[in-house]
Design a protein around this ligand. Structure first.
Ligand code: G6Q
Length: 554
């Protein structure tokens, strides 16, 4: 297989980037009045403006040619056809089937999976109704108004992000806690706020073997038994979301209380499956269905729109352009909506676990950069923290700015202030501020020539920092569904171009194995342990230091 970076299409883009080195985005805007119209897309309730990237028509054309060379269309077809595109695990990648709706039909190796998907959704719907109506009661006969979702990674970040994002749609009087960290403080803090008579524990784990989740689940069960519940009450307070029926039964959870999904649903793509039950319980099943419908709209768009008008494709192409040709090694996710506070963390997993890889699908080391480092915070908080580096740092960082035009809580002029900042930042990042502008401004302030000489370099903004702006009318279940699906497909397209398998995650294994080995070497509080010898000097030294500290704590 020819490495993508050896193709003529890639070389052309390298030449484009070199040719544009001396041009500025300011000039590109001045040179093309219709730049905004040309470089924007309306789809599935979202609006993407990608004009504030250092692109020209030639670059766009060449990026599209690269997408064709990488066979984005063929790979997209293969994904939707249920082919085993996750080659290292020999699995189909069919999260789109989870949101296909009443008539959608998806199959894997000739087997229609939609029937099972719909059956499980119906089971979730029925369960939500019973909980919401108070028919599914706790051991003392009280309704369950509190949920503790115990899961980690894909079994936590998606449901947590979506539940947080949809706070205006929460059913009054209901609460959900998300416990993921094996740090006992995480579980303890949640349990402190829970009444065992009214709490439903959802053990969310695809494999039902994950150390953190099983440790938390076991401790939650012990807490429940210690605080009023009996063994025979477990079925009323513990349910499981998993693909592993045997392990669920082993834990003591009733088969009827297990909601299943399938190995063709990757953990980080699973919020649309039974893993989304915590979302549905908090916002209601109708809103959950709207979330699925929003994603479905984006799926349809992604599946059918020509590459040049395809939002996930064009977003991905800006990603490839900035990463591989402009040199941006980091990408910021900047939602101007407080309820999207967990979106950066969610997308960190979606993007970095999918595309943070150095081995191509053919087993060889790739010759180009792959996924960038993702980070972010809601605006305007980030502006008062790390935006300094975005504007004036030595590295180029690309960014996605995301905002609803109308807030779910229009309070005074808050939202106008928020939006003015949203717009000002991308304008500033694109335009920058030249030395001549700075000197003029300082002269206008009455500064001396010496003061101007000293201060002006610090006040120059180089500009040319690439950004995308993503708008929606309101952040609601549909637009959220659409937004998440947009990023899922964006990550997929980038992975195809980079020639990697976006759907495995072997890089999380080594640390897990070593932690199991080290676990018995950590002293219980007050215990003395022999000197560690099995590791490198640093790890041995740290184990000894920790054990010395813990030895005193008996
Ligand atoms: C996601 C990853 C990973 C996974 C967690 C939890 O794509 O596979 O984040 O979701 O490790 O796994 P379980 O759901 O099996 O507990």
């Amino acid at each position: 297989m020819t490495a993508i970076s050896s193709t003529p299409q890639w070389k052309t883009l390298e030449a484009d980037a070199a040719g544009l080195a001396r041009a500025s985005m300011r000039e590109l805007f001045e040179g093309g009045a219709d730049r905004f119209a040309r470089y924007s897309i309306d789809a599935a309730g979202l609006f993407l403006d990608y004009s504030k990237n250092k692109l020209t028509d030639e670059v766009v054309e060449h990026l599209l040619a690269l997408a064709v060379t990488a066979d984005v269309e063929g790979r997209r077809k293969a994904m939707f056809a249920g082919e085993a595109i996750n080659t290292t695990e020999n699995r189909a990648v069919l999260h789109v089937a989870l949101r296909a709706g009443a008539t959608g039909a998806y199959s894997i190796a000739g087997e229609d999976v939609s029937v099972a998907v719909r059956a499980e959704l119906n089971k979730m719907k029925g369960f939500c109704a019973r909980v919401h109506q108070g028919a599914f009661k706790g051991y003392s006969g009280r309704a369950l108004d509190t949920v503790v979702n115990i899961g980690i990674g894909g079994s936590d970040l998606g449901p947590q992000m979506a539940t947080t994002a949809l706070q205006p749609f929460w059913i009054g009087g209901r609460r959900t806690f998300f416990v993921s960290n094996v740090d006992g403080q995480h579980l303890a803090d949640a349990l402190d706020a829970c009444d065992p008579e009214r709490t439903l524990f959802i053990i969310a784990s695809k494999t039902f073997t994950t150390q953190e989740t099983m440790t938390n689940a076991t401790s939650a069960r012990a807490w429940f038994l210690k605080n009023g519940g009996g063994e025979s009450d477990i079925a009323k307070h513990f349910i499981a979301l998993s693909t592993n029926a045997e392990a669920v039964a082993g834990f003591g959870i009733d088969r009827d209380n297990m909601f299943q999904f399938w190995d063709w649903v990757g953990g980080r793509y699973s919020l649309w499956s039974a893993i989304g039950l915590s979302i549905a319980l908090q916002v209601g099943f109708e809103s959950f269905e709207k979330l699925l419908a929003g994603a479905r709209r984006m799926d349809e768009h992604f599946k059918t729109a020509p590459l040049a008008e395809n939002m996930p494709v064009m977003l991905a192409l800006t990603g490839v352009w900035n990463r591989n040709f402009i040199g941006a090694a980091a990408h910021a996710i900047l939602p101007y909506d407080q309820h999207l506070a967990r979106l950066p963390a969610y997308l960190q997993q979606a993007d970095m676990e999918s595309n943070g890889k150095r081995i191509g699908a053919d087993g060889s080391v790739v010759a180009h950069a792959t996924g960038p480092v993702l980070f972010g915070e809601p605006g305007t908080n980030g502006q008062h923290a790390f935006y300094q580096l975005l504007h004036q740092g030595t590295d180029i960082v690309s960014a996605d700015f995301i905002a609803p035009a109308i807030s779910q809580h229009e309070l005074g002029d808050h939202h106008q202030i928020l939006l003015s900042n949203f717009l000002a930042q991308t304008e500033a990042l694109m335009r920058g501020k030249t030395e001549a502008e700075v000197r003029d401004e300082l002269r206008g302030e009455g500064k001396t020539d010496a003061e101007i000489d000293a201060l002006s370099p610090h006040k120059v903004f180089p500009g040319d920092r690439p950004t995308n702006s993503i708008l929606m009318e309101r952040l609601d279940p549909e637009t959220l569904g659409s937004l998440i699906a947009l990023y899922e497909h964006k990550v997929f397209v980038e992975g195809v171009i980079w020639g990697i398998n976006s759907f495995d995650q072997w890089g999380v294994e080594l640390g897990k194995v070593l932690a199991r080995k080290i676990l018995p070497e950590i002293a219980a509080a007050g215990e003395a342990k022999p000197q560690a010898k099995a590791h490198d000097a640093s790890t041995n030294g740290l184990i000894d230091r920790i054990n010395a500290m813990r030895g005193k704590g008996g």
